[in-house]
Design a protein around this ligand. Structure first.
Ligand code: GUN
Length: 293
């Protein structure tokens, strides 16, 4: 079997188009422009790339983009003041504090200082609790994008067995919760899971979110399963003509061997990544609509 490629890039473009239409209506009919504020502390290169990309796409869908770039030695009090001011700014409907934060800052404290209604990442403890009890919440963007692709490809997920590899608060745990809310039978596997290949082999749906390049092998995959690869890992890929090192992006799945067995698979790049930003924009519009009744 050769897997169907789930095109996250095209899907994300469609979602961003819908968001742009919604934004245009909010402006025309209600005179409201949704606004997203992104806070970046320090100069982590990967975070800078994400933040730039988020800002660009926010503007492209017609929303207001507010960027707060703070020095790496920013104090917790100063960061909390920025969050507090954004909470009280009526032009800001969504707030995202880019993670990871430098070690001297307490991420939980900072995230929980965000107004839950503006927490477009869905990381605030109130939103985690609401999602965990099946109530209306802000849903974390990467799991939400993954769920949208699964529903689009499979239709109903009810009764399917799903294995989520990875137990992070950002992806693994909320992903498992979403799949459970869609009536999957869910297993959360992780680095200490005994005989991981056998566990993964039971799954109709595999979501790989471990952060280990090309770990999941084709012979771990049940034939016909749907594989969502959340990993974005940069690995060495030899040298360029000028002798400088070359790198490439790979997922947590060994793409070729998994694609040979799976029914469908998301590529890296061009799978989950673009959906994450599209869902962030969609969450910002949702937050704006809820704030304005
Ligand atoms: N760092 C990596 N992914 C994310 C994300 O989805 N949200 C935030 N705030 N930081 C991240």
């Amino acid at each position: 079997m050769t897997a169907t490629v789930i095109d996250g890039k095209a899907f994300a473009a469609k979602v961003r188009g819908q968001v742009a239409e919604h934004v245009a209506r909010l402006k025309e009919v209600h005179g409201i422009t949704p606004g997203l504020a992104v806070v970046l502390v320090g100069e982590d290169p990967a975070s800078q790339v994400y933040v730039r990309s988020k800002g660009k796409m926010t503007v492209e869908v017609g929303m207001a983009s507010f960027e707060h770039r703070l020095a790496i030695d920013t104090s917790e009090a100063d960061l909390l003041k920025v969050v507090h001011d954004l909470n009280n700014d009526p032009a800001v409907h969504g707030i995202l504090v880019q993670l990871p934060l430098p070690d001297h800052l307490d991420s939980d404290l900072v995230i929980n200082a965000i107004d839950p209604a503006k927490d477009v990442d869905g990381f605030h403890i109130s939103n985690v609790g609401l999602l965990g009890t099946g109530q209306k919440s802000m849903v974390p963007c990467t799991p939400l994008g993954s769920l949208m692709m699964l529903r689009d490809h499979l239709g109903s997920l009810s009764g399917k067995s799903a294995v989520v590899i990875g137990r992070s608060n950002i992806v693994g745990k909320p992903m498992a919760q979403l799949l459970l809310n869609d009536s999957c039978t869910v297993t959360i596997a992780h680095s200490r899971t005994a005989d991981l290949p056998s566990v993964v082999r039971q799954a109709d749906i595999v979501v790989a979110a471990v952060g280990r390049p090309q770990m999941v092998q084709g012979d771990w995959i049940k034939p016909g399963a749907t594989v969502i690869d959340v990993g974005i890992n940069r690995i060495d890929a030899g040298t360029k003509d000028d002798g400088s090192p070359k790198t490439r992006l790979v997922g947590d799945c060994d793409y070729d061997s998994c694609a040979a067995v799976a029914g469908a698979i998301t590529p890296v790049p061009g799978g989950v990544g673009p959906m994450t930003i599209a869902c962030l924009l969609a969450n910002t519009v949702t937050a704006c609509c809820r704030a304005n009744g």
